[in-house]
Design a protein around this ligand. Sequence first.
Ligand code: GLN
Ligand code: ZN
Length: 762
Amino acid sequence: MTVFSTAVGYPYIGPKREWKRYVEAYWKNTLTEEAFEAALKTLRLERLAHQQQLGLDYITVGDFTKYDRMLDLAVAFRLIPKRYDVLQQPTKNDLYYAMARGADDVVACEMTKWFNTNYHYIVPEYEGQKLSLAHNPILEQFLEAKAAGIQAKPTIIGPYTFVDLAKGYNKKEKALFILQILPLYTQMIRELGEAGAEWVQIEEPSFTKDLPADEIRLIEEMYQQLRDDTNGTKLMLQTYFESLNAYDRLIELPVDGFGLDFVHGAKENIKAIQKFGFPSDKMLSIGIINGRDIWSVNLAEAASVIQVVKQAANVDNIWISTSCSLQHVPVSKQAEQTLPDVLFDHLAFADEKITEIVHLTTFAKTGQWAEAGLVAKSMKAIEALAIHPSRKNDRVATQLAALTPEDYRRDVPFAQRQQVQKEALQLPDFPTTTIGSFPQSAQVKQTRSAWRKGDISDVEYEKFIKNETARWIRIQEQLELDVFVHGEFERTDMVEYFGEHLTGFAFTQFAWVVSYGSRCVKPPIIYGDVAWTHPMTVKEVVEAQALTDHYVKGMLTGPVTILNWSFVRNDIPRELVARQIGYAIRQEVTALERAGIKIIQVDEPALREGLPLREANWSHYLNWAVEAFKLATSHVATDTQIHTHMCYCEFNDFIHPIRALDADVISLETSRSHGEFIHSLKENRYELGIGLGVYDIHSPRVPDVSEIYAILTESLAVIPKAQFWVNPDCGLKTRQESETIASLKNMVAAAKKLREQHAVTN
Ligand code: GLN
Ligand code: ZN
């Protein structure tokens, strides 16, 4: 019997985000190419040695990147879009980063979400280019490790997933694309084998999506060819994020091992093994440690799941691994100084998770735990938090239990609300508004950090925020916008701000994970019952409202977005946490309404990203997600107008859930995919208020009036005047003040022109 410990992958950012510092310094030219490469090499080797110290048997290489692993492969395959020809004799890094981030004369490749995570990858673009292997990035990492005395397990994003996530080809071209790609994969794998790699891990997360029959056949053909050409090197086919689809067919692929996720999709994977068995000639890698959460495992429970899986599969030899790469969790909890013990003890980031794997491996191998009391300790940490008062808010439990279906519904249908609100609010046709935040200037950021450090007092800070708000109210008056916002100057982040005011949240100091490229986020931890204790936004909005006759929107983050952008407790279902947050936001909505605010926006930009990978699970998620939003927003008076906002996701197949929110007005980011979305509005009628973003807020470029006007008239073909709002794509906090004012001025001018035009023709 052999049992080996491994992880699908490990974070590359370093314990203190060193990686981000090096990459950004290189971009800014404060680090030479040579120094940059040397720094990355040190970081790579340190992280391998570190994992070795933690006791892992198979350490992964090929999970490190200079920006994104999909991009690494695209560049290695010379899958370079034609437009990058404008670069004059670029170095390897110049070209790579131009594709990642754009350069002076050329835009970046598209970026999109990696399955159901908050990580974004660079989308490979196939234009029929002739492909060949320019270099083998995985081999380079393998050899570097080998030279340092580490015999590593290389990992590669698999050919099916790579093709599945690439774009630019139609059905016919797909076969050609695969025909070109496969030999490059075999070459990479062969080179790894020749260099001494015993196992190569091939990651195929796309195997967990819904797979039509012809795709399954395609996968079988691809792997047959891959096998024929790479004999001698053992292939570990690694799937994650869900159970393996079409288990009975795919498990027979000609590979030497299968890595399955026994955290997400555990039930389905176990059922499939029980029903169809597990091939006796393959190694089973049991992904038992959750690569998506930050909680320590119950060792006894994990050990028994491993036992169940082993028995069902009838195998002796196994690997014990993570459910997916650990890149989705922070590096180590050891640096955290400010968390309460009861929470700290139950946390496991990447390093602590590796230690758990090592313990489980020892136990699976010997039937003994490495240290006495390990299991008891793991249970104690879980129990201590389980019985902690933060998880037992009786008041919230009673309030939620008392809710009735009426609490989730506006008492008057939209058509009637629309009339009442029209009378009450007296807004012009094509009302203009913004999404919430205004530029967070260097001065805003500096003042906030001075206040956080205690260098300036609460009073001084509040005065500063108040002045900034007042200044932007005047700017909005001058711009002649219709519905105002207060500007969100008091918030660094739309989730963090609410987390800091609600109960049940904790904030770490260093728990960073990559969101895309060098951008890292530090999600809050929801560890206790979430409850509203005091108004969080009323003061700022009411102060702003007092300065103007225009309506100032109350501005809140929605429950599903707060949930999806946090690390969430795992002792109760996510939907219950969503309901708690929904109820808390509902109380804030009440507070705003009582303070006389007539328009309240509840943002849900992360609603869509929570969608499960399998369509069969969509309706369950959407039901509770929509309910949580409606719980937050349905109890208001008929003449209180509820807005919501969504951005940076695929809306075309999402109109039905959007309608289900029953928000009086939604503002959407659509300027980049305008045509497409208008098309789907033609097919799916949408009868509530809607504003399609008229300009991209990610660019410093100021759109001119005619350009915005053209977008507006195009939208008017599918959205009747009575529903039509005018707004930018998203919040403006990352923009400069001058750009913002210039762009909004043109937006208002375009809306006015439309108004005049329409008054005449009507
Ligand atoms: N109200 C938020 C803002 O304007 C919305 C941000 C977002 O959608 N991501 O900043
Ligand atoms: Zn947005």
